[in-house]
Design a protein around this ligand. Sequence first.
Ligand code: ARG
Length: 458
Amino acid sequence: MALWGGRFEAGVAQVTQEFGASLPVDKHLYRQDIAGSKAHAKMLAAQGIISQADAESICSGLDGIGADIDAGKFTFDINDEDIHMSIESELTRRIGEAGKRLHTGRSRNDQVATDTRLGCKALAKELMEANLHLRQVLIAAAQKYSDVILPGYTHLQHAQPVLFSHHLLAYAWMFTRDFQRLVAAFDAADASPLGAAALAGTTYPLDRQMTAAELGFSRVIPNSLDAVSDRDFLLDLHYAGSVMAMHLSRLSEEIVLWSTSEFGFITLSDSYSTGSSIMPQKKNPDFAELIRGKSGRVYGNLAQLLVTMKGLPLAYNKDLQEDKEGALDTAHTLMQCLSVMAGMIETWTVNEDAMRRECSVGHLAATDVADYLAKRGLPFREAHAVVGHLVLTCEKRGCNLEDLPFEVFQEASPLFERDITEALDIPSIVAARTTEGGTAPAAVAEQLSSAQEQLSLD
Ligand code: ARG
């Protein structure tokens, strides 16, 4: 009979037993469940609600169960419905009477909220670690390729040349912001619902501050109804995860593009590529594609929880049981994506020649040539038109701006002098963008050190 079976004459149908059970998912929270129960038992004893001896036997019984689950020696029974009742029933089997006192002044509603918050904090921490590792890899690559230049794009058309380091650091900053969002999700989860009981608090003199401190929560949730029904912290984790998945997906897309023969900017290592079962020549960037694909799954989990929460009246409703699977899936998915992405970058080959080749087409110097005229007094709009015309000439001749003879420049404007070659030189163009946050090597070096500093602070 279920632990709640007293007022029932018949048991639930097997089909509803299985339908209603959350054990296959929440068994992953057994460590949190045991920690929560131990904290609760110690507090009950400290408050004189149960005896010290009972609390000790509860705690050692729970430790034994935890060790057995760790060792894979625990057989879960779906008829126990969830992790809370699995552990509590087993505890009573092992220690008898005292086990039956554990649930005094507690409900599964505050218990599951406690477990889920502890689990959410652990997942956020793991994701933070993996996020730091990827950032470290990006920063190392930015350091390694500090003098490599590639075309920067807008609309995926050649725009202006940039340092490859600058491009990589753009991603490092995205992941830096993701870290902050994970911190926010951790912080949202970091409040204790324990002691809210079913919904209204309890008549026992519980010390909520004590259990909160014992479990490492920084504070107690001030409203018992909110405590048992709030899942915002999971939404925060989903959102942080979704934005990070989006960043991973954008980077993946660039990797897919860069590894085409059309771009050829990078070559993925064999260990991060796959072949084709029919086309012997193929080397596919499958894992970058898969990371890109996983973003859909992660967004789906965010949408699922938002929809599940919408319209729930206070306080606990069984719908809330649908909260954990998506969060675990999102965290697991992202852990894999972050580590595969880091490995892919650590092992790729960067083809500087291909990047250089692409810098010599697409008139990457056009803006600088217009700036050259503007700095010599021509209004920028007019300078833009002059250079636009030169580009048109190039297109007709089938050459690039840098290849035009000096006379053509002079015909276009008498302001052009021999030193125009500098405005046409790709490394000089990059070096001239010295604005804070710009792509000049000195500015990128500063940016790199602040990215490193932020990494060491996080
Ligand atoms: N398995 C449940 C969940 O995950 C635990 C709380 C159940 N509470 C209840 N009153 N049915 O949400």
